[in-house]
Design a protein around this ligand. Structure first.
Ligand code: XIL
Length: 297
């Protein structure tokens, strides 16, 4: 296959990218994105600060721009994200306790109602763990340890058609505290019937050329709990070809690894642009890492 999306589709997977609404007028950007990818994540436009800037007043204008751009081209869309300590609107940052808990529930219901039946996945909760595997202290965590399961139960009722994911970074290395913390939560949720369908591994890799230890074991171990796994925000310092090939191969080797999303199109589009971490250079040319990914799919 001649594109990332088509190559991934040969094994029933998708290959996605993060899209920024503000770049949709750039034809180099949209030409590459429209050609190569078949899944789209809004880079910022479906986050809480974007979708509910004032309490109870929802704004889906830029999220819908991305949704419409993607679906008009036959791409699927991954929702990102409903409950997160970061990129909360100011009004939410200043809440606590039961009023914050209710605001989280109302936010999930409001956003999911708008996109009901339209999305493939939702990152319901993002980045809720510390590096040592304990829960991250945040205003959401302070509302009670059950905030994550409440978010997932709320999400399932709001839209039973979309797969519900937990998403985090630094959960790629199997022998890492944070990976084990997330794993234990997913195992607990599955054993108690808390609705969860997938785990997203952000896969923001830094430094070196080898993969985090036992990366494939991490994917297969999560999958063995009965959830799909996906690499959701891939970028790699200097776009190491061995790391890109290895992460792609690890996904391909795990039947429940459903797809890979890179966190942007060209290096210049990246939130880590100084590290040139993506598959296309600033001019939109394919980099060596592009070929290593394509060959591994
Ligand atoms: C980043 C975006 O790429 C930036 O444009 C924004 O300024 C900050 O957020 N983990 C996530 C993503 O889940 O939402 C983050 O995206 C990168 C880290």
């Amino acid at each position: 296959a001649g594109t990332l999306g088509a190559a991934a589709a040969q094994s029933g997977r998708y290959f996605g990218t993060a899209i920024a609404a503000g770049r949709l007028g750039d034809s180099t950007y949209t030409t590459i994105a429209g050609r190569e990818f078949n899944m789209v994540t809004a880079e910022n436009e479906m986050k809480p600060d974007a979708t509910e800037p004032q309490r109870g007043q929802f704004n889906f204008s830029s999220g819908d721009q991305i949704y419409n751009w993607a679906t008009q081209r036959g791409m699927k869309v991954r929702g990102h994200t409903l409950a997160w300590h970061s990129q909360q609107p100011g009004w939410m940052q200043s809440l606590s306790g039961s009023s914050l808990r209710q605001a989280m529930i109302d936010h999930i219901n409001g956003v999911m109602a708008h996109y009901k039946g339209k999305l493939a996945y939702w990152d319901v909760v993002n980045e809720a763990f510390n590096e040592d595997g304990s829960r991250r202290q945040s205003n959401l965590q302070a509302t009670g340890n059950d905030w994550i399961e409440v978010a997932f139960r709320t999400a399932r009722s709001a839209d039973p058609s979309v797969k519900l994911c937990y998403n985090d970074y630094n959960i790629e290395n199997w022998s890492y505290g944070k990976t084990q913390g997330v794993y234990n939560m997913i195992r607990d949720f599955k054993s108690r019937g808390v609705p969860i369908d997938c785990v997203g591994l952000q896969t923001h890799f830094t430094g070196g050329s080898s993969l985090p230890s036992n990366f494939q074991t991490t994917l297969s171990s999560f999958a063995a709990l009965g959830v799909d796994v996906a690499l959701t925000e891939v970028d790699v310092t200097n776009a190491s070809t061995t790391q890109y090939a290895g992460l792609t191969q690890a996904c391909v080797n795990v039947p429940r690894c459903v797809g890979i999303t890179v966190w942007g199109v060209r290096d210049s589009d990246s939130w880590r642009s100084s590290e040139s971490p993506l598959l296309f250079d600033n001019s939109g040319n394919k980099k060596a890492a592009y070929t290593s990914v394509l060959n591994a799919l």
